[in-house]
Design a protein around this ligand. Structure first.
Ligand SMILES: NC(=O)c1ccc[n+]([C@@H]2O[C@H](COP(=O)([O-])OP(=O)(O)OC[C@H]3O[C@@H](n4cnc5c(N)ncnc54)[C@H](O)[C@@H]3O)[C@@H](O)[C@H]2O)c1
Ligand SMILES: O=C(O)[C@H](O)COP(=O)(O)O
Length: 387
């Protein structure tokens, strides 16, 4: 029996897909599998029993991904599963920044009991007039699952969309509206756009994508939207830009002490993925991936190990080997099995960055003794006898 634990609430639709091989525990230390949304795991010990972590969502900056790889713990995420929900909120964010809907609604709330509220509203409404987004230029930084959807939707609303992503996937490029202008220099986005929205993961490379230099290049009255992670926008530079009027509005899904209480910020409490549909999609995908890995050794949508799929094992044994991505690993594994007289029925080996995974179906079960021999090969991180 495998034990799983949820570090955040995970949608029931997904949890119901856990098979009979799994039982829930509230003790993280004894879990073989973890389901998580935004809970911070960097300071949590990675238990000896832990086989996999599934992030029901996109961003994995709350998980020690590299440390997990070094221990052979597979970290999954659920690409695209919440992208539509975020797209819709980004469009809402642009509208809220363009029209003072929040100010107007707040004013109406103050009029409770006013019998003449209709007439008062007609007098008051000029205070909340705004602009349309139609015809305005939107720069999208990062054209992944969310960025591409935002670009297409904004284009459909009549915006002129400029998109920047030096690592864009072929699939995304195919799905991008032909009206989205492909930008090769990010500075062109900074210089030309009325709205700029960031949809990249937070990494050492993308931290402070929007800094003093970027803001200096921007048009006066620019609107910046950040539904990705707070660290992508340098807060000091942002506050300076808001203060001197360069930035008209900052719309963000991330509340920090610095950005709340400012009349030119619209701060949402991380609601991008908080729709029933997105929560269901993420939970279903996360649980399916977790179960397939734990029961079959197959890996799909891991952020620290490669995709690997041998289907369901129909022979006597299956062993999964996590190792460094270096030469002569497979030769050594097959030699150990050959020496023990075990035939290989099927095998696959894939790599991702510095790490690799070899999955082997064998005509006989790999014994503890053989497992130890494989584990002793220089460069092997972990050996898992799946069957
Ligand atoms: N607010 C929310 O609730 C919410 C929900 C989902 C995701 N997110 C955040 O949004 C991010 C993006 O999510 P996604 O689902 O679109 O991910 P994704 O992986 O589909 O897309 C990320 C894109 O960024 C691109 N990219 C990477 N580095 C770049 C760079 N330096 N410059 C330009 N492009 C770069 C990649 O090529 C990729 O196309 C996540 O990492 C997460 O932090 C937030
Ligand atoms: O990266 C993500 O998927 C989002 O930030 C959503 O986070 P949440 O699952 O905690 O809402």
């Amino acid at each position: 029996m495998f034990k799983y634990t949820c570090l955040n609430p995970i949608a029931r639709l997904g949890l119901d897909l856990m098979t009979d091989a799994f039982v829930e525990t509230d003790k993280y230390e004894e879990a073989n599998a973890v389901l998580v949304r935004s809970a911070k795991m960097h300071d949590m010990e990675l238990g000896e029993e832990l086989l996999a972590i599934a992030r029901a969502g996109a961003g994995v900056n709350n998980i020690p991904v590299e440390e997990c790889a070094k221990k052979g713990i597979v970290v999954f995420n659920t690409p695209g599963a919440n992208a539509n929900a975020v797209k819709e909120l980004v469009i809402a964010g642009m509208l809220l920044a363009s029209r003072d809907i929040i100010g107007g609604v707040n004013w109406v709330d103050t009029q409770e009991g006013n019998e003449n509220v209709g007439a008062a509203a007609e007098k008051q409404k000029k205070q909340y007039a705004g602009e349309e987004i139609y015809g305005k230029k939107l720069g999208v930084i990062g054209l992944g699952a969310i960025g591409a959807r935002v670009a297409n939707a904004a284009s459909g609303l009549g915006m002129k969309v400029l998109g920047y992503d030096p690592y864009i996937s072929v699939d995304t490029a195919w799905n991008l509206s032909s009206t989205v202008e492909h930008i090769k220099d990010i500075n062109e986005i900074f210089k030309n756009c009325d709205f700029i929205t960031v949809h990249v993961p937070l990494t050492a490379d993308t931290k402070n994508t929007i800094d003093d230099k970027a803001i200096e290049l921007m048009k006066d009255g620019v609107v910046i939207l950040n539904f990705s992670r707070d660290g992508l926008v340098n807060e000091d530079a942002l506050l300076k830009g808001l203060e001197n009027g360069k930035i008209k509005k900052y719309v963000t899904d991330f509340a920090t002490p610095g950005v709340i209480g400012n009349e030119d910020t619209i701060v949402i409490p991380h609601l991008g993925a908080s729709t029933k549909e997105a929560e269901d999609n993420c939970a279903v995908m996360a649980v399916n991936q977790l179960v397939n890995y734990i029961e079959n050794g197959n890996i799909k949508n891991s952020v620290n190990f490669p995709n690997c799929d041998l289907g369901v094992c129909e022979v006597a044994g299956r062993v999964g080997i996590f190792h460094k991505n270096i030469t002569n690993m497979i030769g050594q594994f097959t030699a150990i099995l050959a020496e023990a007289g075990i035939n290989i029925e099927k095998m696959t080996n894939q790599s991702k960055g510095d790490f690799a995974y070899t999955l082997i179906d064998t005509a006989a079960t790999v014994t503890d003794d053989l497992k130890a021999k494989i584990a002793a090969v220089d460069g092997v991180i972990k050996v898992r006898v799946v069957k």
